[in-house]
Design a protein around this ligand. Structure first.
Ligand code: AMP
Ligand code: ZN
Length: 124
C-alpha cells in the first residue's frame, strides 16, 4: 500500500539536505527540484536529482507526477554536460533510480542518479 505523501519528512536525509540542515554541494535548484553531488561518487561525474517534496520512491509516482518527472529528465542532459560529462555519442551519461529494498534503494526520498565522465568508474 502507498504511504501518504508529505511535503517534508523530518527524519529524511534528503529533506534535511533540501532544508540546508545538512550541507551539500549544490549543482542546481529551482522551486521544485534540488540537485547535488553524491557524497560517494561512482564515476567522475555523479550527482543526484530530487524533488523538493518528499516522495519516498519511484514506486510512489503516479500520473500526477508526470510533469515533475518530465522536468527532471529534461534537465539531466544539460546538467550532465555542465558538470563535465562528455558529449554524446562518445561521452554520454547513465541515469538510474534504485527503488525499494530489492532495487537497492538506501535513501527513501526519490532520487535519480546521473553519472558520467571517462571510464573506468568505481562501479556501474
Ligand atoms: P540509493 O542507494 O539509490 O538510495 O543511493 C543513495 C545515495 O545517496 C548514495 O549514492 C549515497 O552515496 C548518497 N548519499 C548519502 N548521503 C549523502 C549526503 N549526505 N550527501 C550526498 N549524497 C549522499
Ligand atoms: Zn525526504
Amino acid at each position: 500500500m502507498k504511504e501518504e505523501i508529505v511535503q517534508h519528512a523530518p527524519d529524511c536525509l534528503f529533506c534535511r539536505i533540501v532544508a540546508g540542515k545538512i550541507p551539500s554541494r549544490i549543482v542546481y535548484q529551482d522551486e521544485e527540484l534540488f540537485v547535488f553531488h553524491d557524497i560517494h561518487p561512482w564515476a567522475p561525474v555523479h550527482f543526484l536529482m530530487i524533488p523538493k517534496v518528499h516522495i519516498p520512491s519511484m514506486a510512489h509516482v503516479g500520473v500526477e507526477h508526470a510533469g515533475l518527472l518530465g522536468r527532471m529528465m529534461a534537465l539531466a542532459p544539460r546538467l550532465a554536460l555542465q558538470e563535465g560529462c562528455n558529449p554524446y555519442p562518445g561521452g554520454g551519461f547513465r541515469i538510474l533510480s534504485n527503488t525499494g529494498a530489492e532495487g537497492g534503494q538506501e535513501v527513501h526520498h526519490l532520487h535519480i542518479h546521473v553519472m558520467g565522465g571517462p571510464r573506468p568508474w568505481l562501479k556501474g
